[in-house]
Design a protein around this ligand. Structure first.
Ligand code: PSU
Ligand code: MN
Length: 305
């Protein structure tokens, strides 16, 4: 298996010493945020993870190698190269066998983290069931990955470009626990609320670690969603963002956007229409997730000893 993986020296050392490690995705860098904020945020998020007692491992594919841990120079590469494709489970074997570069989505980062023996993964938002999925069948491969791959994903919920209710139904069907971290409500990325509850609320990283360990000890395969709301100081008004999302969805429809382009198109439109504020919220919530994810990873490591 290791022939595919290329560990950075920092992550390799952490593995040898049994230190807590947190995986990070590269699609958020290559396709989720503009330059230079994408690279700045990626570096700051890594620092936050280190400060909170874990080792960051940003994951991406370079020349067909699955890189577990990227140097600052490699982060810069993912943040500036326009040719890097978005890689989900479906795309993974092609990109690796052709020795190409690829930015890993939540699904592909989970696959890589599992191969590398990393249990906790921090991101901004996960993919989900799209609005009107009953017609388009557009359901993110992130959800089927959560159903089968043993990685806990810390996120700020899902953007309401998606159908949040259907996304939660899908996760229930596939047995993926949705935990609210210090919240009773499932957060909607830019806002702390969505109108939908979580399955279980937990208020301590140790409790989350215990739940994760118990799930896997019971032989219940698959991931978990740990939903951590955007900090109050950076939350956007729900009706404002809904208006913008409506507009983005209409444009996607009129441009006949399909398949893996849908999410990047919508993210790009939202960015364009909200200018600074949505990007600031995005950066703040990822940093907050990094703090919580590092604490959960540290608690999980203690839990195993
Ligand atoms: N949602 C966000 N920001 C993101 C993504 C989703 O709020 O950057 C990215 C993640 O990498 C996620 C992917 O895994 O989009 C989902 O794409 P799709 O809907 O095509 O599965
Ligand atoms: Mn899709």
């Amino acid at each position: 298996m290791n022939q595919w993986l290329d560990f950075s020296p920092e992550v390799r050392e952490a593995k040898e010493k049994g230190l807590p490690i947190v995986a990070l995705e590269s699609t958020i860098i290559s396709h989720g945020m503009p330059y230079p904020q994408n690279v700045e945020t990626a570096k700051e998020v890594e620092e936050i993870i280190r400060k909170n007692g874990a080792v960051p491992a940003t994951i991406g594919i370079m020349d067909g190698k699955i890189k577990i841990g990227l140097t600052d120079q490699e982060l810069e590469f993912f943040g500036t190269n326009k040719e890097i494709s978005k890689v989900s489970r479906r795309d993974f074997p092609y990109i690796v066998s052709k020795k190409k570069h690829g930015a890993t989505t939540v699904a592909a980062t989970m696959i890589s983290a599992k191969l590398a023996g990393i249990e906790v993964f921090v991101t901004g938002g996960i993919g989900g069931v799209h609005r009107e999925a009953e017609q388009t069948m557009d359901i993110s491969a992130d959800l089927t990955e959560l159903a089968q791959t043993d990685v806990a994903v810390v996120c700020a919920g899902v953007k309401s470009i998606l159908d949040i209710e259907k996304t939660l139904e899908y996760l229930e069907t596939w047995g993926v626990p949705v935990v609210g971290y210090k919240t009773d409500e499932f957060p909607a990325f830019y806002s702390r609320t969505s109108g939908f509850g979580v399955d279980y609320r937990l208020d301590e990283a140790e409790q989350v670690a215990e739940l994760i360990r118990t799930k896997w000890d019971l032989g219940l395969k698959g991931g978990l969603v740990i939903a951590n709301p955007v900090p109050e100081s950076h939350a956007l008004k729900e009706d404002e963002i809904e208006h913008i999302i409506q507009k983005a969805l209409e444009e996607a429809k009129s441009h006949l956007i399909k398949g893996k382009s849908v999410t990047p198109f919508l993210l790009g439109k939202i960015k364009e229409l909200t200018q600074g504020t949505s990007l600031e919220a995005n950066i703040a919530l990822v940093k907050h997730n990094a703090e919580v994810g590092a604490q959960i990873a540290a608690a999980l490591t203690n839990n195993r000893k």
